[in-house]
Structure formats: structure tokens, C-alpha cells
Write a protein of this length. Structure first.
Length: 443
């Protein structure tokens, strides 16, 4: 049978789709593109915004036009939050929640036998165990591999539906993470990216964290995994996925800086530069605390790469609040900022707040912040000129004759070189700005 996957949303969804692909391949299925004719279509959904839900529903309808007789399996966050709505969409044959994806081959077999809509969604309070999806062996990229290390979030930011879609924090077993990492490294992957729904919370479900915060001799949380990976022989590097600054505090950041294989780059979610809005968002840190954390990283390495997410137009955000976000972007000097316009999400606390912002105001603020972020990124790149960084080259452009790669501090790098450097590390001296990054010289 032919099977196609359509994945919406985050890196965790992409990881889980890859795990499912490999599971179906092992059972004799042929994986095809999601715009081709297939016997089975799997839509791995996102529910972060109302737009995400709509995209999920649109694709469900699309596949039925490609093959009216196909089996359509809708899985993931949208299903977990709105199971009855997902089940009621015409053409849906199977629904499976966030902790039921791994059993999808069995559910498809059951459907073929029973020919009735199969519904497999746990209640939120039942999402208490990490669902191990097996050891993945492949990725679309041949240089960078993602490894999921945890599931769920218990922070309950006021704008976010994810705790209701993914449940409470569950950490993956260390042995499974390391086994998967070793397998991927043995296959030639040179960068291991640790990812999860809230990566920084790894291990917090299995320990009382408060007392450990003051014990600098104790390895705990995500450092446990970084420590184990750092000891694996081989020429590879480790990168952390999105982290929360209320978990990666100052002392913890200092601890992580000692690991040689860990990239000098963190994605520290900010969301707002206004203390008032951060409080309304239930983010549990202040602007000053965020800046102190950044200063520690930059004191260790002036070229330390810091990326972030910022929401504009949160309910009640004033021009002053917005300008505080703009000024913080300039102060930090991020190498990349993902700017999102606030999107009302039913089921969250923010959806019922007063002071929702006019769409035109959100658009204007978004455009201004994107412009500021691009300017500050250029200033960050310019400050790196003349320095040398280790770059992992990912591809060679035949037209330009340029290798393209990513530096350890998360800068896109282009330089003249041979195609046989694809998938290899090399030292590069940064010499000039280039669209989307910098141009350098091999050293």
C-alpha cells in the first residue's frame, strides 16, 4: 500500500512523522509525496492557532479529491483538543490523539477490517507516560538530525493551547535518546538537535527540582542528556532546541557552557519585551532577568548566537509595550527573530481577555519589528567579520559555486569550495555580508 504524510507545525511533529514513516516502511508500505495518489494519507496536525486548525481541515478535504477511496488518518494536537470536530469532518476515517500516534499501523488494520470511523484519543489526565515511537534512522537532511527528548508542558502561558493538546511533562528514557543519537552519528549525521514541546523541562517530571537549583555539583534536567552526548566519541556537535528563560536561569546557563560539543547558540523564547505583557502572558520572568541571561552567554563568547520568538498585538498591548519589545531586540542583538502576530485561540485564557488589538495595528507592528530584527541581525553579523567559526556545510550550489552551511553560532555561511565538503566541518573566516547571512573564506 502507498502512504503519504502531511505534517503541520513544529519540529516535534516533523520528528514524529519521520518515526511513523519508518514504522510503516518496516511493515511494507511505500511512502509517497503528499500530493501523489496514495491508499492512506496521514495528516499530522497542529492546533497552535485557529489558522492551524483550518489548514488541517483543508488538507483533509484535498486528499479526498486526489483519491476518494483513500483511508484518511488525522492525528496529533488538533485531534487531541477537538476530537469531535475532527471526527465530524467528512472523509475522516481514523483519528488519533497525541499519545496514540505510535499505534497508527494497528488502527489502520482495524479500520480495514471494521470499515467504521476509528477514534483513539486519551483524556488529558491520561497523558502521563512518554510514548516511545522507536529509534529513527533517517532524516530529510543528511547533516542535521532532530531527537525528541520530552513531551508536554505545564507552564500554561495564557495564549497557548499546547498543554491541553500535549498534556503534562513526560521525559524520554535516557537510554533511548542515547541509542538513537549513536545510531544517527554512526550514519554520518554531524549535528544532533535536541527538541521537545518544552525542551528545557526535560527531567523535571522525575525529580524535585527546587533543591537541585542550588546544588552546582549535581547534573540534572537537560544537562543530563548534554553530558551523556558530549561523551560519545566522534566529530559531531549538539544543538539545543527552543528553551524557556524561566527554566534556563543564570547558574544553569553557566553549567551548560562547559560542554565542548554544545553549540554556542540558544533559542531563548522571549514573546515580549514588556514586563507588564510578560506577566499577562504568564511567562514567569522579567525583561531584566532575560537580559542578565543573555549577558552571561555573551560574556562567555561575544559571538554567542541567540534566536527568539516574539508575539506582537497580544491583548492589551499598548504602543509603549510594543516599543519595549523593539528596544529589547536592539539591546540583545539577536541573530534571528521569529515575529508572530497574536492569534486568538479558543480555550486559552488570553482569548477571553479584554483589549484585543485591531488586525491592521498587528500588521503594522509586525512589519516594524521584522525590519528592526533584520537590522540588528546585520549588526550582529557585521560584528563577526574577521572572526573564524566552525561551519557544517549542508549543500553545494552548482550555479553559484558556493557551499552553504551553518556556523556553530547559527549564522548562514556561504563560501567558495569543493562539493566534497558537503556534510563536513571546516573553519571559515567571515569577510562580508551576504543575503541571509555572511560570506567567508575557507581556512
Amino acid at each position: 500500500m502507498k502512504i503519504a504524510f502531511h505534517t503541520l507545525g513544529c519540529k516535534v511533529n516533523q520528528y514524529e512523522s519521520q518515526a511513523l514513516k519508518e514504522k510503516f516502511i518496516s511493515k511494507g508500505y511505500e511512502v509517497v509525496s503528499d500530493d501523489e495518489f496514495a491508499d492512506v494519507y496521514v495528516i499530522n496536525t497542529c492546533t497552535v492557532t485557529g489558522l492551524s486548525d483550518r489548514k488541517s481541515r483543508q488538507f483533509i478535504r484535498k486528499v479526498k479529491k486526489i483519491n476518494p477511496d483513500c483511508i484518511t488518518a488525522v492525528v496529533g494536537c488538533y485531534v487531541q483538543v477537538s476530537p469531535e470536530e475532527a471526527k465530524s469532518i467528512e472523509g475522516v476515517n481514523i483519528i488519533a490523539g497525541t499519545n496514540e500516534k505510535n499505534k497508527l499501523p494497528e488502527y489502520i488494520e482495524e479500520y480495514v477490517r471494521a470499515k467504521g470511523v476509528e477514534s483513539h484519543v486519551m483524556e488529558l489526565n491520561e497523558l502521563t507516560e512518554y510514548e516511545e515511537m522507536g529509534i529513527i534512522t533517517n532524516m530529510d537532511s543528511r547533516t542535521r538530525a532532530y531527537i525528541k527528548i520530552q513531551e508536554g508542558c505545564n507552564m500554561f502561558c495564557s495564549y497557548c493551547i499546547i498543554p491541553f493538546a500535549r498534556g503534562t511533562v513526560r521525559s524520554r528514557e535516557k537510554k533511548d535518546i542515547i541509542k538513537e543519537a549513536r545510531s544517527l552519528i554512526d550514519q554520518g549525521f554531524r549535528e544532533i538537535v535536541l527538541t521537545g514541546i518544552n525542551t528545557a523541562l526535560y527531567g523535571t517530571d522525575k525529580m524535585k527540582i527546587d533543591g537541585l537549583m542550588k546544588d552546582l555539583d549535581k547534573v540534572y534536567g537537560i544537562e543530563v542528556i548534554v553530558n551523556l552526548l558530549n561523551e560519545i566519541p566522534g566529530d559531531f556537535r549538539i544543538r539545543l532546541g527552543s528553551l524557556e528563560p524561566n527554566v534556563i536561569h543564570e547558574e544553569y546557563a553557566k553549567r551548560l557552557l562547559k560542554y565542548k560539543k554544545l553549540c554556542p547558540h540558544m533559542h531563548l523564547s522571549l514573546q515580549s519585551g514588556s514586563d507588564r505583557i510578560l506577566k499577562e502572558m504568564n511567562r514567569r520572568y522579567s525583561r531584566d532577568e532575560y537580559v542578565k541571561l543573555v549577558n552571561i552567554l555573551r560574556k562567555h563568547d561575544p559571538g554567542y548566537g541567540i534566536t527568539t520568538d516574539i508575539i506582537v498585538g497580544f491583548p492589551g498591548e499598548t504602543e509603549k509595550d510594543f516599543e519595549e519589545s523593539c528596544s529589547l531586540v536592539e539591546e540583545v542583538g539577536f541573530c534571528k527573530v521569529h515575529v508572530f502576530k497574536y492569534s486568538k485561540r479558543k480555550g486559552t485564557k488570553a482569548a477571553n481577555m479584554k483589549g484585543h488589538i485591531d488586525p491592521e495595528v498587528k500588521r503594522r507592528r509586525s512589519e516594524k519589528l521584522i525590519r528592526i530584527a533584520e537590522e540588528t541581525a546585520e549588526k550582529f553579523y557585521t560584528a563577526q567579520m574577521g572572526t573564524e567559526r566552525r561551519v557544517l556545510f549542508e549543500k553545494f550550489d552548482e550555479k553559484t559555486g558556493l557551499l552553504e552551511g551553518l556556523s556553530d553560532n547559527y549564522i548562514k555561511v556561504y563560501c567558495k569550495g569543493d562539493k566534497d565538503l558537503e556534510g563536513e566541518f571546516a573553519m571559515v573566516e567571515f569577510c562580508e555580508l551576504y543575503p541571509g547571512g555572511v560570506k567567508g573564506i575557507l581556512k
